[in-house]
Design a protein around this ligand. Structure first.
Ligand code: GN1
Ligand code: MG
Length: 363
């Protein structure tokens, strides 16, 4: 395996000697490796999951276009600073940004951002505030990015309606015993689906402005400095047209969760309001000129994003784990319990959430 990885790595213009490899296991889809070299920089080598992403080549092209756009926005900074704030893709020896192996897998390489830290869970309010700042800044800097230049990699990715159809199809083919075990959560989905579809409807009716979104703003996709500043938003696999609510709600889903996404202990799962407030302050400090309709749908997005994730995890559990990487049979079920319980906790705190947002955004 190491030899194979070394030979893939050497297909890229890296000018450095491979010294060791370590798998980075946080993601649920792709295979990602930290390649240490004798000389710095180190690199991140990634194999794109061709089942989840049939358009892997276009996905890499999308990521490069967005990185180029951000690099341009930071052109007043030194190259060294830019390489710490933006994912920098390395060309392959044939001058493309990818390598296609003999099994038709696509690979890409980025420069590893050294001396950075990632979190699976928020350790303090400063980290939450900084997460708000960097996700807000990403949306602000890419507001003028023309999404027509991108290939839509996963159509209707954050559409509740799409996810609900996939869920219904899974119920039609799932084992009776699985449906039985998931009954409480299936009922929860049915009770809340109408409300959760409101953002879809507003998008469909063109009531919410659309722009580039990151579409996977979980906390582990943010690199921090050792002094708690957010440095770089990584994992741009899912950059696509959307509404800012996707990134806002998706970030809060992990920033404010008091547990890991895998935790099924309902009594431990809660939504941390302090982190919500800190994140929001960071986010709205960057995002300018929100429309009335955008503001109106912000609270709902906080419920909708964990609802979508819960629905997707539940669907994959019913489908016998064909999409996400899992470590055990009920892994996706535990993730679904986690996300849907989080929705319940958000509902319990909804009036406080609304009050805070109203006062924060009244000007
Ligand atoms: C997947 O692989 P990763 O961790 O980047 C998923 C996201 C989910 C996330 C849940 C393409 O992201 O939508 O939010 O798992 N990405 C895709 O942790 O489905
Ligand atoms: Mg991702």
């Amino acid at each position: 395996m190491h030899n194979d990885l070394e030979s893939v790595f050497n297909k890229f213009q890296v000018h450095a000697t491979f010294s060791s490899v370590e798998e980075l296991i946080s993601g649920h889809i792709n295979d990602t490796y930290l390649i240490k070299t004798a000389q710095k920089p180190h690199y991140v080598l990634q194999k794109i999951n061709g089942v989840v992403f049939p358009d892997a080549l276009e996905l890499i092209q999308n990521k490069v276009l967005v990185s180029n756009h951000l690099q341009h926005k930071y052109k007043h900074l030194s190259l060294q600073e830019i390489q710490r704030k933006v994912l920098c893709f390395v060309k392959a020896k044939d001058n493309t940004f990818f390598y296609k192996d003999t099994d038709d897998n696509y690979w890409n390489v980025t420069i590893f951002i050294d001396d950075s830290i990632t979190y699976e869970k928020t350790p303090n309010s400063q980290i939450a505030f900084e997460a708000g700042k960097i996700t807000g800044e990403f949306l602000q800097l890419t507001k003028d990015f023309d999404t027509k230049n991108l290939t839509t990699i996963l159509p209707d990715f954050h559409s509740v309606t799409n996810r609900y159809h996939q869920f219904k199809n899974a119920i039609n083919t799932a084992d009776e015993s699985k449906i039985e075990s998931a009954q409480e959560f299936i009922k929860f989905v049915e009770e809340h689906i109408k409300e959760m579809q409101q953002i879809d409807a507003a998008i469909f009716a063109n009531k919410i402005p659309q722009q580039l979104t990151h579409s996977d703003t979980k906390i582990s996709n943010i690199l921090y400095t050792k002094t708690n500043e957010a440095l770089c938003l990584i994992d741009t696999d899912t950059v696509m047209q959307g509404v800012i609510h996707f990134d806002y709600g998706d970030a809060l889903r992990t920033i404010c969760n008091t547990t890991d996404e895998d935790c099924n202990v309902e009594s431990e799962i809660d939504f941390n309001l302090d982190y919500f407030k800190s994140y929001s302050k960071g986010f709205f400090g960057e995002i300018k000129d929100l429309t009335k309709v955008e503001i109106k749908f912000l609270p709902l997005s906080i419920k909708m994003m964990p609802f979508i994730m819960g629905l997707r995890f539940l669907t994959d559990y019913l489908n016998n784990n064909i999409y996400y990487k899992t470590n055990y049979e009920k892994h996706n079920f535990d993730r679904a319990i986690n996300q849907l319980t989080l929705v319940t906790k958000i509902i319990q705190k909804y009036s406080e959430i609304n009050t805070f947002l109203l006062s924060e955004l009244k000007n």
